[in-house]
Design a binder for this molecule. Structure first.
Ligand code: PLP
Length: 451
């Protein structure tokens, strides 16, 4: 007979985890009463912190009215209001909104809408979606086909379309005599080369995260890259899809990361901070002319049972109102600058921190074996797991991934809720310092920069 405490769930975890009891603000408590500072907002989700009373009240009000009404049978007020508010926060012209339950569904929807639009334009040969390597766009087969992380995609390769990839603009790794802007141009030209190699008439779209998420560790490309890729997409009539699942809803210090570079995308995917963990909710926003063309030609052949769910939309609406009323987009920038300065100070003391990067409160640091060559730590050290465990034992939650295509390199996302205050930032930095110290001692690594 199996032990009663045996779990029937199976997820990918690095170590057995305690059971969650409750959460409030930037903290979570397990059932044993231990407190954790959520310095990664879960997987960069809990933008407004946990148990926000206004959001909980809005959800309770909606629960008392109706928790479900199928979108083909009823319109619902929270969905209408959330769509209007979302549209008002999007780049110009993107006022058509389609709700989903998460990031993978949002990306999947973007790919399908782009394809149907091409069909309405008589361009049935366009189906290829170019993306970056490394990148992460979700776990469904369509989203996986544009994802550049072999450990997540390889097993399913025969089941997916083989979508073209170009290198992510990892300029910080390059050892050449070029300026940052020149490097940005060089990476952008790879998009042009790939379009020509594939045949421009077959390329449907280019999808990318405006600031890298977990696959690259908050990678910020040079301005020149952003300007050039937009031009190249326009030049070849290729749709630009921005995956703002992680970057959207204020995390980078603008409501959409697109605003940092005045992007005029065709389609945007959002999730995570959009409902900030209060309900499974994501959205696709699209240019009106794209949606009009598709709707005039038989409609969008796509949908999900829970799309526009009233309870999820009530949560999302209250979350966005909190983001607005608490000025959390501005907070992401100001608190992000303080946290980044703290991470840079740690870098000045720990030789193995090779890079600190990101914008707003989408921040990360990367560990390396050698700062000059940016050679990664030996794979066997498993730093991306070990350091996270050191922090977890100390009640500090950070989020890590392998940096270089998912197979080697170690980066750590430090992305607390946008509500984080100065004292809590100090607590994160002390926890990181202690964890780094314990990790370096255990591994016999050099601690002091230059030592
Ligand atoms: C940039 C990006 N796109 C898409 C996804 C997929 O979102 P979800 O896990 O909600 O399906 C993620 C998740 O981490 C992401 O970071």
């Amino acid at each position: 007979m199996k032990a009663e405490s045996e779990s029937h769930l199976f997820y990918q975890t690095s170590a057995p985890r305690p059971r969650l009891d409750r959460a409030e603000g930037v903290y979570l408590w397990d059932v044993n009463g231990k407190r954790y500072l959520d310095a990664s907002s879960g997987p960069m989700v809990s933008n407004i912190g946990h148990s926000n009373p206004r959001v909980l009240a809005a959800m309770k009000r909606q629960m008392d009215k109706a928790t479900f009404g199928y979108r083909l049978h009823f319109e619902n007020e929270p969905a209408e209001k959330l769509a209007a508010l979302t549209a008002s926060l999007m780049p110009a012209g993107m006022d058509r909104i389609f709700f989903v339950s998460g990031g993978s569904e949002a990306v999947e929807s973007c790919l399908k809408l782009a394809r149907q639009y091409a069909l309405t334009q008589g361009q049935s040969q366009r189906w290829k979606v170019i993306s970056l390597f490394p990148s992460y766009h979700g776990s469904t087969l369509g989203a996986s086909s544009v994802t550049g992380m072999k450990q997540f995609t390889q097993p399913f390769a025969p089941m997916m379309a083989n979508m073209p990839k170009i290198p992510a603009p990892t300029c910080y790794l390059d050892q050449d005599g070029l300026s940052l802007d020149q490097r940005g141009e060089r990476y952008a030209e790879m998009l042009r080369d790939k379009i020509i190699e594939e045949g421009p008439e077959t390329v449907l779209a280019f999808i990318m995260e405006p600031i890298g998420g977990a696959s690259t560790g908050a990678l910020v490309a040079p301005d020149s890259w952003h300007h050039r890729v937009q031009q190249i997409c326009r030049e070849f009539g290729i749709l630009l899809i921005l995956d703002e699942v992680m970057t959207g809803a204020g995390r980078t210090g603008k409501f959409m990361a697109a605003e940092h570079w005045n992007y005029q995308p065709d389609i945007i995917a959002m999730a995570k901070g959009f409902a900030a963990g209060y309900a499974p909710l994501g959205a696709m926003a699209a240019q009106r002319h794209i949606v009009d063309a598709v709707m005039a030609n038989g409609g969008f052949a796509h949908g999900y049972t829970y799309a526009g769910n009233p309870l999820a939309c009530a949560a999302g609406l209250a979350v966005l109102q909190e983001v607005k009323d608490q000025n959390l987009v501005q907070a992401a920038e100001t608190q992000g600058n303080k946290l980044k300065a703290g991470l840079q100070e740690l870098m000045s003391r720990y030789e193995m921190i090779g890079d600190v990067r990101g914008k707003g409160l989408l921040l990360a640091f990367e560990l390396v074996a050698d700062r000059k060559t940016m050679a990664p730590l030996p794979v066997g050290l498993n730093a991306h797991v070990e350091l996270v465990e050191e922090a977890y034992q100390r009640g500090l939650i950070i989020y890590s991934r392998r940096t270089r295509g998912g197979l080697e390199g170690d980066h750590f996302m430090v992305c607390p809720p946008l509500t984080i205050n100065d004292a809590e930032i100090a607590e994160i930095l002390i926890g990181l310092d202690d964890s780094l110290q314990a990790f370096t001692q255990k591994q016999g690594l050099t601690r002091r920069a230059g030592a």
